[in-house]
Design a protein around this ligand. Structure first.
Ligand code: 2AM
Length: 179
């Protein structure tokens, strides 16, 4: 089986700035700088022989390149159930358009439709028993974070290897957007 997802990468300077947001929250496991990305579609575990169909479906996606801006930080979950610290994404029609094209291509290739609403975000950290006051301080102090606009001219199919020291993401294929 292969564990796959489709994501956008960031330019090195943007990744560095995102990584620079980390720290100051006990119980937070920060995303490695090289692993920072924006997930467009989590595919999950598929049999190895589906990879060819998935690749062909993604290669058939046509959508325009666009500029993206990251904006703000926040938390998924509330209180003791706080799960994820994230950086937000400024509202972007081309991003939504690309995501829905990818979604329909993957469904045509035989994947079950994604039931969850697309909530664009960059996971900065996963939380376990993080103190509320420190989460609140993180959000208050980093709330004005903004990065971009920067160009998005491709998307990537990733394979995720779950290791003991955290996931390793391997880029399997890259797909150009129309310039
Ligand atoms: P997240 O950043 O919000 O956790 C690789 O695991 C990517 O796929 C992550 O960016 C993760 O989003 C996303 N993803 C979405 N649904 C997932 C799931 N059920 N299990 C693991 N990752 C998921």
């Amino acid at each position: 089986m292969l564990r796959l997802f489709v994501a956008l990468d960031f330019p090195d300077d943007i990744r560095r700035r995102l990584a620079g947001l980390g720290g100051g929250v006990p119980g937070a496991r920060w995303t490695e700088e090289e692993n920072l990305h924006l997930t467009l579609r989590f595919i999950g575990e598929v049999p190895d022989d589906m990879a060819g169909d998935i690749d062909a479906a993604l290669a058939g996606v046509t959508a325009p390149a666009f500029d993206l801006t990251l904006d703000g930080v926040g938390v998924f979950g509330a209180g003791r159930a706080s799960r994820v610290l994230w950086a937000g994404v400024e509202r972007s029609e081309p991003l939504i358009h690309l995501q829905s094209k990818i979604e329909s291509a993957l469904v045509r290739a035989g994947l079950a439709p994604e039931e969850r609403k697309f909530t664009p975000h960059v996971t900065l950290a996963r939380l376990k028993d993080a103190p509320q006051d420190r989460i609140g301080r993180f959000i208050a102090e980093r709330g004005l974070f903004r990065a971009g606009p920067f160009p998005i001219d491709q998307f990537t199919l990733y394979r995720s290897h779950l290791g003991r020291t955290g996931p390793v993401y391997e880029a399997v294929a890259e797909y150009r957007l129309d310039g």
